[in-house]
Each structure stands twice: as structure tokens, then as C-alpha cells.
Write a protein that binds this ligand. Structure first.
Ligand code: CUA
Length: 338
């Protein structure tokens, strides 16, 4: 009984990785939906072929057994009934060729449907991979409407979006499984992928190319939303967020712009304008800290500020050595960046 329970647990283990937010069979984007259809079709065709092969194998076994008994009496009898006739073999070869041809044609049309869905993009987003976070820049012909964020993407549903991909260090791979396939980010080259989200929801993107010790902590929060919600979000991103409201936040702001933080980070509207680390202009409006490593909360933010190396060992943010009151005021300021 215990062994049977163990077997069931092992079989169910891979399913524990399935969830709504990061699911390559979610079909929440145009490409994703086409892939789900293709995957299902492949499964049906391959299952039919597999069942046929196993069936033929079992029939062969059964016939061999049946023929085995008379053999001891009459050794020549088994030759009268070959295990598989020549005609059957020819038929099976033709079935394989037809099956493979059907799968090839289906793949070709899926590829074409994907290309058509992403044609004529109406929004351009530049995503740059860094060890281990995503720099995200929404570009517009009107420079005043361009803005920068990090580790998050907001996408209006139904709109083809062109994502241009670059890397500042090593090869990463952009992958939002619910929406589309993968695309590598290669240093010194610009690659691209088209996304057409179809459903409102939160999705998880994940770097899909091993890029160092924190590769697993290189996630991207993706929000598919209505056009109106997207416009509202984009308008908020274009505004400057920071406005220290009290002496504690003011102290945090002063620390941020005069001490270590501003050497790497930018906060729109403040003197801090470095681009080495993630842009923090609207930091507190995001869902997570450090590229999906920690959910956004005061406790997690303070833990992160106290010791980023403990939370995500190997990342480029050093331990600053904050006094407890400095840490609290810095957190209070950052939490104001909605
Ligand atoms: Cu970036 Cu893995």
C-alpha cells in the first residue's frame, strides 16, 4: 500500500508545477493558443500510432504463443503463418509517411498563423536582459510618452506587440509560456518576438536560458488587461511618482539620492538617473521585488534592503550596511513610489 502511494506521488509530482500563471498550455495569447491546438493534434496522431504499434506488438505476441505449442509437434507449422504479412508492412509504412506529412503540414500552418497574428504590431517594447533582471522600455514616436520600468510587462489584450530583445551580459531567453514561445536575448544582437495576449490575467514570464546562479530568480510579471486599463497604467507610468509626505519619507529620499542607491538606480523626477540597476520610478506599484524573487511587501522590502545577498545570493546589489532607522525611512520612501 505504501509503495502504491509512493508511485502515485511520483506520478503526480510533475503536475505540482502546473498552475494558471505559468502554463505553456494556457493558450492565453494568439501564439499560445495555436501551440495548444498543435500540441493537442500531435498528441492525438501520436497516440493513435502508439496504440496501433502496441496493439500489433500484443497481437504478434499472442500469435507467437499460439504457434509455439504446435511447434513441438510439427516444427514446420509456424512458417505457414508469418508474424506480419508483407501487405500489412507496406500499409503501415504508408500510414507512417501520411502521419508525418500531416504533422509537418500542421506545423507549417501553425507557424503561418503565428506570423499573421503578430503582423502589424501597434506597440513597441524594448526588453533588455541583465543578470538577473529585465529592463523594460515602452517606446513611442512621441518621446514624452516613452517610459521605463523593470521586471514587469503590461499588455493590452488583442493588440499585437513587438518586443525587441537585447542583452547586456550573457544569453538569456524571454519566455512567457501562457502567451508565446521562447526567444533568446543575445549580447550584441537585437532579436524580437511578437505577443498578442487574448485574455485578461496575470502571467509569469521566466528566463529560459541558464544565465548564472540566479537564473531561476529572473522572472517577469506580465499583466494582460483591457485597453482602458492599459492606457491608465501607461499614463501613470509617464508621471513622476515620488513625493515624500513626511520627515521619515523625506529622510529616505535624501538617503536615496545622496548615498549608494542613486549610483545604480533611477527615480524619475529626482537626481537619481543611473541605469545600472532596475528603474524604480514606480517601484511600489509592482507585484514583486528583485525580478519575482519576493512578493511586494514592507517586510520583504526591509529584508531585501538589509541584506540583498541573503535574499538573492550573487546579484549585483551590495549590502549597504543600513542602520535600522535608515532602512525604515528608505523603505518608507520606496513604498511611496506607486
Ligand atoms: Cu537570464 Cu536565465
Amino acid at each position: 500500500m505504501r509503495v502504491r502511494g509512493l508511485i502515485v506521488a511520483v506520478i503526480l509530482l510533475p503536475l505540482s508545477a502546473c498552475n494558471r500563471f505559468q502554463n505553456s498550455l494556457g493558450g492565453d495569447g494568439a501564439d499560445g493558443a495555436h501551440f495548444v491546438s498543435l500540441f493537442t493534434f500531435f498528441m492525438v496522431v501520436c497516440t493513435l500510432m502508439y496504440v496501433t504499434i502496441v496493439g500489433a506488438f500484443l497481437i504478434g505476441l499472442w500469435r507467437a504463443r499460439r504457434n509455439a505449442e504446435p511447434l513441438t509437434v510439427d516444427e514446420g507449422k509456424h512458417q505457414a503463418e508469418p508474424p506480419m504479412g508483407g501487405r500489412l508492412l507496406t500499409g503501415w509504412t504508408i500510414a507512417i509517411v501520411i502521419g508525418l506529412t500531416i504533422l509537418t503540414v500542421a506545423s507549417f500552418f501553425t507557424d503561418r498563423s503565428n506570423a499573421e497574428a503578430g503582423a502589424n504590431p501597434q506597440l513597441l517594447v524594448n526588453v533588455t536582459g541583465n543578470q538577473w533582471w529585465w529592463d523594460v522600455q515602452y517606446s513611442s514616436g512621441d518621446a514624452s510618452k516613452s517610459f521605463r520600468t523593470a521586471n514587469e510587462l503590461h499588455l493590452p489584450i488583442g493588440m499585437p506587440v513587438e518586443v525587441k530583445l537585447q542583452s547586456n551580459d550573457v544569453i538569456h531567453s524571454f519566455w512567457v509560456p501562457n502567451l508565446a514561445g521562447k526567444q533568446d536575448l543575445i549580447p550584441g544582437r537585437v532579436t524580437d518576438i511578437q505577443l498578442v495576449p487574448r485574455k485578461i490575467g496575470l502571467f509569469r514570464g521566466q528566463c529560459a536560458e541558464f544565465c548564472g546562479v540566479q537564473h531561476a530568480h529572473m522572472a517577469l510579471d506580465v499583466t494582460g488587461e483591457s485597453r482602458a486599463d492599459f492606457d491608465k497604467w501607461a499614463a501613470a507610468q509617464q508621471r513622476v511618482a515620488f513625493a515624500p509626505q513626511n520627515p521619515v519619507e523625506q529622510a529616505g529620499y535624501q538617503f536615496f539620492v545622496t548615498r549608494n542607491c542613486s549610483a545604480c538606480h533611477a527615480v524619475g523626477g529626482s537626481p537619481a538617473a543611473a541605469t545600472v540597476g532596475p528603474d524604480l520610478t514606480h517601484f511600489a506599484s509592482r507585484r514583486s521585488i528583485a525580478a519575482g524573487t519576493l512578493p511586494m511587501s514592507d517586510a520583504n522590502l526591509q529584508a531585501w534592503l538589509a541584506d540583498p545577498q541573503k535574499q538573492k545570493p550573487g546579484n549585483n546589489m551590495p549590502r549597504i550596511g543600513l542602520a535600522p532607522d535608515e532602512r525604515r525611512s528608505l523603505a518608507a520612501f520606496l513604498e511611496r513610489l506607486k
